[in-house]
Design a protein around this ligand. Structure first.
Ligand code: HEC
Ligand code: HEC
Length: 203
């Protein structure tokens, strides 16, 4: 084969392969969005928004669920066919291949992060902002909305999800980075609640 024919063939194979791959990711994401909301933007307080989450953090989270090394509550579907049986993030992650995980994480990272509109207490939020600036901003910049920090999304994240995450970090059922634990250990339950309201106030 002449060189340009080989290139053309390679291009054709790539082109032909990509729509099939894309459909797969799309159908996987449709399932995710049955709980995480259209476009990965959550409408439920206990479910985190996935749109705009850093690829690395997303991949890491799914492997941790595969290892069942993080609590994963049984959850009902919230959108689409809500008669689908309840399932958990551990069960969902167990069914994903490495390629699925890479493709899903890359696709959600491309989507725009949309902050949730939620009710918060302004006094608690002000106390939370001071705590955030003192202890958390170093790794969670821009009110915890900077995906490039590769540390999850906090500002505008669903408050119920954040509240549960703090409980799990504090009781040790969810592992946290060592340097973050040093900061988290300084917080009281009231401090954690103030932080939840601060992140909820970022809209
Ligand atoms: C049946 C509902 C449901 C479905 C379907 C679902 N999730 Fe979840 N997901 C949750 C809930 C609830 C949480 C909050 C933590 C927990 O309880 O496990 C969560 C948490 C997560 C987190 C943790 C976010 C973070 O910042 O650490 C990731 C990542 C995630 N889901 C990805 C996915 C992906 C990818 C899919 C599809 C392959 C999916 N989820 C399908 C309900 C669901
Ligand atoms: C030394 C850096 C560092 C500091 C300081 C730090 N964090 Fe983190 N944080 C991270 C990293 C990295 C992750 C992502 C890894 C993980 O989920 O275990 C993370 C994850 C989180 C998550 C989970 C996000 C999700 O999507 O589920 C929350 C909530 C959080 N941090 C809150 C805080 C708060 C509140 C403080 C201050 C009291 C703080 N962090 C201080 C590095 C840090």
């Amino acid at each position: 084969m002449k060189r340009h024919t080989i290139l053309a063939t390679a291009a054709f194979v790539l082109f032909a392969a990509s729509p099939a791959g894309a459909t797969d990711v799309e159908s996987l994401m449709n399932d995710c969005n049955g709980c995480h909301g259209d476009g990965g933007v959550s409408q439920s307080s206990d479910v985190p928004t996935l749109a705009g989450l850093a690829e690395f953090v997303h991949v890491d989270a799914l492997y941790i669920y595969q290892d069942e090394a993080r609590p994963c509550a049984d959850s009902d579907y919230r959108h689409g066919d809500t008669s689908r049986p309840a399932t958990s993030m551990c069960a969902i992650a167990a069914k994903l291949s490495e390629d699925d995980i890479d493709a899903i994480a890359a696709a959600y990272a491309e989507l725009e992060y949309v902050k949730a509109t939620q009710e918060f207490d302004a006094t608690l939020a002000a106390a939370g902002e001071a705590l955030h600036n003192e202890h958390c901003d170093r790794c969670h910049s821009d009110a915890g909305t900077n995906a490039e920090d590769e540390a999850g999304m906090l500002g505008g994240q669903q408050m119920g999800y954040l509240r549960t995450s703090f409980e799990q970090y504090i009781d040790g059922s969810r592992e946290q980075p060592k340097k973050m634990k040093e900061k988290m250990d300084l917080l009281s339950a009231e401090d954690a609640e103030a932080l939840v309201h601060y992140y909820g106030s970022v809209q």
